[in-house]
Write a protein that binds this ligand. Structure first.
Ligand SMILES: *[C@@H]1O[C@H](CO)[C@@H](O)[C@H](O)[C@H]1NC(C)=O
Ligand SMILES: *[C@@H]1O[C@H](CO)[C@@H](O)[C@H](O)[C@H]1NC(C)=O
Ligand SMILES: [Ca+2]
Length: 211
């Protein structure tokens, strides 16, 4: 009996992990208590101005011995699984938009805006995900993953002309807090007719590059 209960407990922990991880669930519950739901037809715009790699990759070692990082920067506006880890658990990297691809620069200027729409669903929190890798001859190194949030605490503007950009956000790397992506966002209500539905996991291009 004890063995059976133990197996049951292990099975439910495993089921829970498979469903997105214990930390994710805990965070979802916390969010439900703390952030209001935002519902409707909404456009989110994310502007990424620059990346500061500090010349190092996620391991803390310099990107290159002899010169600067060779960064490729990709981004995705995650309206579906904001609390999930980077990678397949949230959004396959292949679905990210490529914002920048350069050689020998530790602080690349990016200056690109991507956008994504919420078409009638409700959200509590949106994850602004950025990933930077250092291109190498033989294998690429992760520079870092960066994730900052929009929440219902700052509700979307009534329409585009009323939508102000946020203050600049210095979004710190998950592994090295000294590495940062500088970004700002705005979000506003749009007409249903102009809404572009998309998903995290499918569709040819789920993060639209707008300019
Ligand atoms: C945006 O909303 C404001 C306030 O409701 C309104 O006065 C303005 O005409 C709207 N602008 C557009 C472009 O719809
Ligand atoms: C946007 O900024 C303008 C000018 O600072 C301000 O008057 C307006 O109230 C702001 N709009 C919102 C939705 O906060
Ligand atoms: Ca280099």
């Amino acid at each position: 009996m004890v063995g059976f209960l133990l197996k049951l407990a292990v099975a439910s922990v495993v089921a829970c992990l498979a469903a997105g991880g214990l930390i994710d669930r805990g965070q979802d519950i916390y969010d439900a208590r703390n952030y209001p739901l935002v519902q409707g037809f909404i456009r989110i715009e994310l502007h990424i101005s620059r990346l500061d790699t500090r010349g190092r990759s996620q391991t803390g070692l310099p990107c290159d011995i002899t010169d600067q990082c060779d960064p490729r920067v990709i981004a995705f506006i995650d309206t579906e699984r904001p609390n999930h880890d980077f990678g397949g658990d949230s959004v396959p990297y292949a679905n990210y938009a490529t914002l920048h691809d350069a050689n020998n620069v530790d602080i690349p200027l990016i200056g690109k805006t991507i956008s994504r729409d919420i078409c009638g669903r409700s959200v509590r929190k949106v994850a602004l995900r950025v990933r930077a890798i250092d291109k190498d001859m033989f294998n690429d190194d992760t520079i870092d993953n960066y994730k900052c949030f929009i929440t219902g605490d700052n509700p979307p503007a009534e329409n585009e002309s009323l939508a102000n950009w946020s203050e600049e956000i210095a979004c710190a790397g998950e592994e090295r807090k000294s590495s940062k992506v500088y970004m700002k966002y705005r979000w506003y209500r749009i007409n249903e007719a102009t809404c572009r539905p998309s998903s995290n996991g499918r569709g040819p291009f789920s993060g639209f590059l707008s300019r």
